[in-house]
Ligand binder design. Structure first.
Ligand code: BGC
Length: 407
């Protein structure tokens, strides 16, 4: 594995500026996304790739079309991803078709079929179900359309050229290490009670997140310092279909009713992401009799969760700068359309102002290893929201005292 650490400094001025500028066609984060497609063509006035080539021509993609398939608007982060991707590709003169498929697998297949029929030159796909796109992507391959698997690995198809994501195992590891430090597990006597809530089994990332966290905490579970009163420690037992907030809430209410109604103290709710953490936090508010403050983890920096962090109801989130994920995807896409076979040198050549690893070992989609560009996640707590999210330009701190995303 090749690791290249690039300027570990705050984001470049150009990128920060672009994030503040926002996207001309920003999505309505509250809208119902029953399969929406929007097409945008923009000769960009402002280049905002966060790369060294900012002042160069912005007509790189002119005459080319990119099809971007996102899962749903109902999980907050994908709205940000869609906006940033649209902004990045438009800034290079690409025609952009952006689809949201309402978390419906069949709909996403249809949306991708339509993008192929529309003769896109490149597909960027965040799959709803990583296992369900083999057929439609065989069609993409027949048409010679390169496919970038975005954030979530698409399984069982040799049509996927590359994977762009964050280091998903590290996301979980950061959550586990956070709990370990908060409870001082190496020194404290314990025992402490913990419950796990993981993500959607159809999402290949979900297992990485869970394993990353569980691997850190397992030694303490094995020696009895951490106890799981529900007994639910297997991924299949703690998974949450569609990462759905209400589903996570109901399951957690049941756990609290069955294992904590006798006054047993809950110390930690390890949640893989913010949508599940929101449901778990609600369950704790309504159905937990104790009055200790429960350590609750998350991931993404969703607006409601950041508000909960400010209010002390959620303890941390793992933030992934999806603005940078979009930058990496753009540069990779351009290289692919230029007929190149990108490798670790793409990182150097692009001059990204964020850290990224080129990985050719970790992600096998069933047809072989998919070369991956993995960005680095960050822990965000009440103490560093300002420096990590606001000073970097990803969020503004509004007069109400809560952070709001800038795109
Ligand atoms: C993403 C997470 C997100 C989850 C639910 C995962 O694939 O990596 O950032 O929380 O999907 O949307």
């Amino acid at each position: 594995m090749f690791k290249k650490k690039l300027m570990a400094v705050l984001l470049g001025t150009a990128l920060a500026a672009s994030m503040l500028t926002g996207c001309g066609a920003a999505s309505d984060t509250n809208s119902d996304d029953a399969s929406t497609t929007e097409t945008v063509t923009e000769a960009a006035a402002d280049d905002s790739t966060g790369s060294d080539s900012e002042t160069e021509s912005d007509s790189t993609g002119s005459g080319k079309k990119v099809g971007i398939a996102m899962p749903t608007k109902s999980l907050e982060r994908w709205n940000r991803d869609g906006s940033y991707l649209e902004e990045q590709f438009s800034s290079k003169g690409f025609e952009v078709s952006l689809t949201y498929s309402d978390n419906k697998i069949d709909q996403q297949v249809k949306d991708i079929e339509a993008l192929i029929a529309d003769d896109v030159d490149l597909l960027v796909i965040a799959a709803i179900d990583g296992e369900s796109l083999s057929q439609v992507l065989a069609d993409a391959k027949d048409e010679g359309i390169p496919v970038i698997s975005y954030d979530r690995l698409i399984m069982n198809t040799d049509a996927v050229s590359y994977y762009v994501s964050f280091d998903n195992y590290t996301v979980g590891k950061l959550q586990g290490e956070f709990v370990k430090e908060q409870l001082d597990l190496d020194n404290a006597e314990g025992p402490y009670n913990i419950e796990f809530t993981a993500g959607d089994p159809a999402d290949n990332n979900a297992g990485f997140f869970f394993n990353g966290a569980y691997d850190v905490l397992k030694p303490y579970i094995d020696d009895g310092k951490l106890v799981v009163p529900s007994g639910q420690t297997e991924f299949d037992q703690v998974a949450t279909k569609s990462w759905d907030t209400a589903t996570a809430m109901t399951r957690f209410q049941n756990i609290l009713g069955s294992n904590y109604s006798d006054g047993t103290q809950l110390d930690v709710a390890l949640c893989s992401n913010d949508s599940t953490a929101l449901g778990v936090t609600q369950a704790i508010e309504t159905d937990y009799a104790g009055n200790n403050s429960v350590i609750i983890t998350g991931q993404d920096g969703d607006e409601a969760n950041l508000a909960n962090i400010v209010d002390g109801k959620q303890t941390m989130t793992v933030y992934k700068a999806v603005a940078n994920e979009a930058v990496a995807t753009l540069d990779l896409g351009i290289a692919l359309l230029n007929g190149e076979t990108p490798d670790a040198t793409l990182i150097d050549n692009s001059g990204w102002s964020f850290e990224c690893t080129y990985d050719t070992e970790s992600y096998d989609n069933g047809t072989g290893i998919i070369p991956s560009y993995l960005l680095v996640p960050t822990v965000v707590t009440k103490d560093n929201i300002q420096t990590e999210l606001v000073d970097t330009g990803y969020y503004t701190m509004d007069d109400d005292g809560y952070p709001h995303p800038t795109n």
